[in-house]
Design a protein around this ligand. Structure first.
Ligand code: DAH
Length: 337
């Protein structure tokens, strides 16, 4: 009897098929009512008592192997049938989400493109800046109240997070000779409460042009070109006298309101204009502080907030949207570039 079991076990182990009919035939042959294993079990009572234990164990193993084999082969056939059903080679691929540029990156690039088209180079400086580059060289004397115009995060007595990108002007003038035409984008930091109009971290772009005989008319024309490029051909600008320590004369630049085209609305508080940046003729003291002969050279400078330009361009009414990374907000800029 025992001799009979081993070849059957071999047959069970070696059986393989992916045809459901063959598998069913195998099941009937082994485990059916008149099957081989069923027959062996029936013979059990004839087995001499001293072999019963060993035979019982072997036959149980055999039965289990045959059952497992049938279950396993049937499962495999089932899976491949269902995967055959699921596989439709003519179906289009899984859609995947395309990312998009952040609106501030779009506007930053737009601004840089506009100025590089008229010969400005791009320059950058450190975000952690010393007092000299952020204040002193820009004509903010020590203890001067103008330093309070910008609430500063100090790291040390003489080291702070830069409060504006005007510090890059100083570094460029120190490191190169006129003619200088450069545009400096970057992050700036101010110790301000976060609100719809202000943030403690934001972005600026600084512009600087130094050459012989640069005039205020050059500044005005450059800014008019910029305003028309960024906001549209019909845009007008207006310069209002202002004060910055590093420029003399200084002005604030307004553009005609994008919403009402200058007619007056609640966004522009019925003035028809919106402020976009500060500018002026570089103060001769600043030129001298940076090693440029102010009797030979003159220049203009301007500085603007990227968030502010983006808010006006896309009519965003809360600056915090730019920092919250809410996909519902960001997705609206998908097609912009
Ligand atoms: N640095 C100024 C600010 O952060 C902006 C500015 C005004 C920059 C006038 C200039 C300028 O270069 O000429 O408010």
């Amino acid at each position: 009897m025992l001799i009979k079991v081993d070849p059957i076990m071999d047959e069970v182990n070696s059986f393989n098929s992916s045809d459901p009919n063959e598998i069913e035939a195998f099941r009937i042959k082994m485990l059916g009512k008149k099957g081989i294993i069923t027959g062996l079990l029936a013979e059990f009572r004839n087995v001499p008592i001293e072999h019963k234990k060993e035979f019982g164990q072997k036959i149980n193993l055999l039965k289990k192997a045959a059952q497992d084999k049938v279950v396993d082969l049937k499962a495999r056939v089932g899976n491949s049938e269902s995967s055959k059903r699921d596989l439709d080679l003519s179906m289009s691929g899984e859609p995947f989400e395309l990312g998009s540029r952040h609106p501030l990156s779009i506007v930053r690039k737009d601004i840089l493109d506009i100025f590089t088209r008229i010969g400005f180079s791009i320059s950058e400086g450190p975000e952690i800046e010393d007092d000299f580059h952020n204040f002193t060289a820009l004509n903010f004397p020590e203890e001067h109240p103008a330093r309070d115009m910008q609430d500063t995060f100090f790291i040390d007595k003489d080291i702070a997070l830069r409060t504006h990108t005007s510090s890059v002007q100083v570094r460029v003038m120190e490191g190169s000779k006129p003619p200088i035409r450069t545009i400096s984008p970057g992050r700036v930091f101010r110790n301000e409460a976060i609100s719809a109009r202000a943030h403690c971290i934001f972005h600026q772009v600084e512009g600087l042009y130094i050459e012989k005989d640069v005039s205020f008319a050059d500044l005005k024309q450059t800014l008019l070109y910029f305003a028309k490029e960024i906001f549209g051909e019909e845009t007008e600008i207006r310069l209002r006298p202002s004060y910055f320590p590093f420029t003399e004369p200084s002005a604030e630049v307004d553009v005609s309101c994008q919403i009402c085209s200058g007619k007056g609305c609640n966004v522009c508080k019925n003035t028809g204009y919106l402020e976009i940046m500060g500018c002026g003729m570089v103060d001769p003291n600043v030129l001298e502080n940076c090693g440029i002969d102010s009797s030979v050279y003159s220049g203009f400078a301007f500085g603007m907030g990227i968030e502010r330009i983006a808010m006006l361009k896309y009519q965003v009414n809360d600056l915090r949207h730019f920092f919250e990374n809410d996909l519902r907000f960001l997705k609206q800029f998908k097609s912009a570039h």
